[in-house]
Design a binder for this molecule. Sequence first.
Ligand code: F0G
Length: 462
Amino acid sequence: MANSKAPWAEPYKIKVVEPLKVTDREYRLNAIKEAGYNTFLLKSEDVYIDLLTDSGTNAMSDYQWAGMMLGDESYAGSRNFYYLESNVRKYYGYKHLVPTHQGRGAEHLLSRALIKDGDYVPGNMYFTTTRLHQELAGGTFVDVIIDEAHDPQNLHPFKGNVDLAKFEGLINRVGGGKIPYITIGAPVNMAGGQPVSMDNIRRVKELANKHDIMIVFDATRGMENAYFIQQREEGYANKSVAEILLEFASHTDAATMSGKKDLLVNIGGFVAVNDWDTFEELRNMVVIYEGLHTYGGLAGRDMEAMARGMEEAVQDAHISTRVKQVEYFGQLLLDAGVPIVEPIGGHAVFVDARKFYDHIPQDQFPAQALAADFYIESGVRCMERGIVSAGRNKETGEHYFPKLELVRITFPRRVYMQSHLDVAAYHVIELFKKRHEAKGLEMVYEPTYLRFFQARFERIGK
Ligand code: F0G
């Protein structure tokens, strides 16, 4: 970094464009009402700037598109599989690869392979699909993240870290034999995209090894985590993101991956492991649920795009711009006094809906209401990450009441320009000025699993 004050720009230029549709407020009021005030149920053609997720929404490069033409669509033994396998070994270091259609396919296989009824699975905060697959396999998820992660304003540089005392406490309580593995999400999506330090993963490994507990890395955005280590952890400033990623993964035994994030593709994922017996089990199971072990639910061309995306995504120039875009947007909100989770995360800015709408109680879904209001105000789409996403306790049937009641404004990779971010920020700030007029929501339809995707709401008092 020669001069940190020098301006930066995206390290790519545009070759193909996709027009955006602008709508008026009345149109949007109608659209969100029809969508049951759930941004997941909006038609994408009714959205102006889509900041719902960074999952599968990335722009592929000419190099990736060229690779799509080299798809080997043989049923078995596609050359694109072998290329992907060699890149997973090169960039992540795991010995064995099983491709899956996306991240939750990998979580499904791994949970079924390793969890027995009555087991406990610790993790540094839950992720929706990860926890559900652990529960469906008979496990109980236990959150062992540091307390700072639950406080939106705490400036800890590695808020994704595991609290070793919490992890050890669980081991002492239930016994290592009841804990097949610990999941390390890095960065932690639900905490606001907060990273895990190298020091912390080393300590987790020491403790886990002592009790024969595997470490599973949710590597979905692991390159962003590596970038944060480079920026924030002593001893890493002169290492590349690629080197740091490889070192981080070396402290773990397996990974589940949603290629739809870091790897710059629209679909794809994998599970990778070092242990041969676990690999055999996964390879056997993938043919039941996903497809043959050399394609796992993907076309050959999808595997090629993912292998090539991996090469591009791990470049420092790519990943630093990606995170800087997010920081740029977050800073605009901070400057205007909008309450957001700090430090700003790697993939998204999380607005603290509890503070933003401090007059709406949590059981009237303030974050859900804020996401809907933001769409009405601007045509920009984002998502709830609060009580609706947290779901219900499987034993008591009660809502979980998470401390974090957030709206996630998420940035697809290589898709939007700085000017789109200016527009989106402007509207968040306008909404903030009239926040006292806002009203809560009532849930009128609730699906059994992952309710945030399909739940429907009505406005209270209108
Ligand atoms: N792990 C993390 C940390 C994720 O963020 C996701 C997906 C998954 C696993 C599951 O992967 O979607 O490919 O099945 N997150 C998306 C999001 C949905 O918007 O954050 P998937």
